[in-house]
Write a protein that binds this ligand. Structure first.
Ligand code: ATP
Length: 216
């Protein structure tokens, strides 16, 4: 059986080392063969991103260029409709078939918000979910919305179980805790302050060249 394939969606406005370490540690801890990075075109859960999808895609491409296990998937950006994860997973199932283990990677904050996602209960039939710990967002049933806590308790598996079935499990993994957020980076840049060492230098150079995130 092929190793599980990781799927990592986000706004990436901009991509930073929190995202990159999450993906790198997921590869390592979860035994994934590769990770598909899927920048959202029009994220349905939040306000419009500060910069265009084309810029966010370019920044992800630059940031992941030297890790061959990271691949960019631009389909959500190209699609004219809102970026619903369930539709993305259905597309990937059509592409990869139903045997392959697919693992949706989310940070703990994103996981807690899962019940607000379009057709969220259908996600479990399409992929596993692997939740990365994030500073300030403990992953415990008591802290989750009740419907999600029930799913979490019923579906919890060890990372080693991800390859044994194609979908349906929920696992958690510890990652180096980095309290970096794109919000913080946008604020620093809007104030003309330094965001160095929070994100790759190539991405900061891109931001400077294209005059992005200048004003709040
Ligand atoms: P924003 O501050 O604009 O909300 P963000 O930094 O949370 O952005 P997103 O693009 O919204 O980044 O996040 C994509 C995914 O990465 C989500 O699943 C989120 O939980 C996860 N993530 C982002 N930053 C971190 C971090 N520092 N540690 C762990 N997970 C993270």
């Amino acid at each position: 059986m092929l190793e599980p394939l990781g799927i990592f969606g986000g706004t990436f406005d901009p991509i930073h080392f929190g995202h990159l370490r999450l993906a790198e540690e997921a590869l390592d801890h979860l035994g994934l063969s590769a990770i598909l990075w899927i920048p959202a075109g029009q994220p349905p859960h939040r306000g419009a991103p500060r910069v265009t999808a084309a810029h966010r895609l370019d920044m992800v491409r630059l940031a992941i260029a030297d890790q061959p296990a990271f691949q960019l998937d631009d389909a959500e950006v190209e699609a004219a409709r809102p970026s619903y994860t369930v539709l993305t997973l259905e597309r990937l199932r059509a592409e990869y078939g139903w045997e392959r283990s697919l693992v949706l990677l989310v940070g703990a904050d994103a996981f807690a918000g899962l019940p607000t996602w379009h057709r969220w209960q259908d996600l479990f039939g399409l992929a596993h979910i692997a939740v990365a710990h994030r500073p300030g967002f403990p992953v415990e049933p008591a802290g989750l919305p009740p419907a999600l806590a029930a799913q979490f308790t019923a579906r919890r598996i060890a990372p080693s179980g991800l390859g044994h079935q194609p979908a349906g499990g929920i696992t958690t993994f510890a990652m180096t805790q980095l309290a970096i957020s794109a919000t913080q980076i946008r604020q620093l840049l809007a104030q003309g302050r330094s965001a160095r060492y929070l994100l790759p230098a190539a991405v900061l150079d891109y931001i400077a060249t294209h005059h992005l995130y200048r004003n709040a």
